[in-house]
Design a protein around this ligand. Structure first.
Ligand code: MN
Length: 210
């Protein structure tokens, strides 16, 4: 959309100018490179029915997936603050995982790829600084979640996930209106069935049938 293009244009003026200015690409075999029109860092949410239902929110940074466990999942309503517990980093490859984890193993249960896309830190913020101060502000380019979001650290591992006010804010409960996998279109019960998991347990994480 035009907003995204304008944002990319702003960044294009800043980030690689010096790199390009210092090199004659008719002489060096170094890559000319270019700022990507869209960011390539992975964003993913995995809905996970383990001992408790939660949504694993992950942002690719520095070669791993930084991860937070969000018990109630994301809210599109800027007035709603959702607890997000920082958990261990995961490998980037984990970001495509959907299936079952054997009962008795860590995280045993059913994992759904609930949303995926890319993300970018707010222009002017540095990742390390933002982590240290506990104020992450970023834009999501997901299939379900879009626009500006915030992760704000309260204390220790406790953060809050909060939507910013923009055209993607909404009163709709996205966890209920969009409960299916972006990978398989299945609900949790369907994923458990397809992967030999506990279907009845997984189904408790799906919206109640009406
Ligand atoms: Mn989990």
């Amino acid at each position: 959309m035009s907003r995204g293009a304008a944002g990319a244009g702003t960044r294009r003026l800043m980030s690689l100018d010096e790199y390009v200015r210092k090199r004659d690409f008719t002489r060096t075999k170094e890559p000319r490179g270019r700022e990507r029109a869209r960011p390539s860092a992975l964003y993913v949410i995995q809905k996970h029915r383990a001992s408790h239902l939660h949504y694993d929110f992950r942002l690719e940074a520095e070669g791993v997936l930084r991860s937070w466990s969000v018990p109630k999942g994301p809210s599109l309503d800027p007035a709603v603050k959702r607890l997000a517990m920082a958990v261990e980093d995961h490998p980037v490859e984990y970001g495509s995982f959907e299936g079952t984890i054997p009962e008795g193993e860590y995280g045993g249960g059913t994992v759904m790829l609930w949303d995926t896309g890319t993300w970018e830190l707010e222009p002017g913020l540095a990742w390390r600084d933002a982590l240290r101060t506990g104020r992450l502000r970023f834009t999501l380019h997901g299939r379900k979640l879009r626009g500006v979001w915030n992760l704000t650290r309260m204390r220790d591992r406790q953060w809050l996930l909060i939507k910013s006010r923009d055209q993607h804010a909404s009163q709709d409960d996205v966890t209920l209106t969009k409960p299916r996998s972006v990978k398989s279109r299945r609900l949790l019960a369907g994923i458990a069935r397809a992967h030999g998991g506990d279907v009845a347990k997984a189904a408790t994480g799906d919206p109640a049938r009406r």
